[in-house]
Design a protein around this ligand. Structure first.
Ligand code: RET
Length: 251
């Protein structure tokens, strides 16, 4: 039995909508970058780069690039002495996402780390753990059987815990030395980030992992998350940061 799991028009339209939103947000962030003094510009540039990479990745996926099939072979055993059969599933993998995430999630972490004033060693550990999380997630997406797939997934989750430890726990301790406004803002935006980021591995598990939801649902779920994690996160960070006096990173 051979079975194909692909996106329909609904999925493709969703990809185009996100592509346009990422493009427009990028223009807004570059525009905002010009209007702030140079010492405050690091956050604007980082945030604009994040949506620029997302725009490019969504352009790829909407036009049919950065996608191919993963083939999974399962043995189905039958009762009553019938011979076992092979169930072959070809499901679309949108690998352009992983290229996007491998670049943009470290930049998002850098936004948070610079806001908190995290030390260089912690920033480096968080970024390397993040790259490991995304690359092992990419290998998981191409797993040929359950053992391989969920094995890679486990390494990705361990790397994610390292990130949370460095940025959330370390960031809170560091930001405690800053003014009250920065402290409260870091708590809010880091909390928002980690709740949101934790939904990604859940969606992954239901879609690419266990094939419980179809490819269209996967596209829509990631679309909502990506809009919240990039443009919404970005506008919130930049508007708040512009209104604060003393959060310039030491760069
Ligand atoms: C994967 C699967 C393997 C296990 C884990 C994952 C985590 C992914 C995350 C992605 C965040 C993406 C963001 C994109 C921005 O638009 C790779 C899904 C833990 C946390 C914030």
């Amino acid at each position: 039995d051979v079975n194909y799991e692909t996106a329909s028009n609904v999925g493709n339209r969703t990809l185009w909508v996100v592509c346009v939103l990422m493009g427009l947000s990028s223009l807004a962030f570059y525009g905002m970058a010009f209007r702030v003094p140079t010492q405050k510009r690091v956050f604007h540039i980082l945030t604009a780069f994040i949506t620029t990479f997302a725009f490019l990745s969504y352009f790829a996926m909407a036009t049919g690039d950065g996608i191919n099939y993963n083939k999974i072979v399962e043995t189905v055993s039958h009762k009553h002495g019938l011979p076992d059969t092979e169930q072959i599933t070809h499901r679309e993998v949108y690998w352009a996402r992983y290229v996007d995430w491998s670049i943009t999630t470290p930049l998002l972490l850098l936004d948070l780390a610079l806001l908190a004033g995290l030390n260089g060693a912690s920033i480096l550990v968080a970024i390397v753990a993040d790259i490991i999380m995304i690359l092992t997630g990419l290998f998981a997406a191409y797993g040929k059987n359950d053992g391989q797939k969920w094995g890679w997934y486990t390494w990705a989750c361990i790397a994610y815990l390292v990130i949370i430890y460095q940025v959330a726990v370390g960031g809170r301790a560091t930001v405690a030395n800053k003014d009250g406004k920065t402290k409260a803002f870091f708590g809010a935006i880091a909390g928002f980030t980690f709740v949101l980021w934790t939904v990604y591995p859940i969606i992954w598990g239901l879609s690419e992992g266990a094939h419980v939801v179809n490819v269209d649902t996967e596209i829509i779920a990631y679309a909502v998350l990506d809009i919240l994690a990039k443009p919404v996160f970005g506008f919130w960070l930049l508007f708040t940061h512009d209104s604060m006096a003393s959060t310039s990173p030491s760069l």
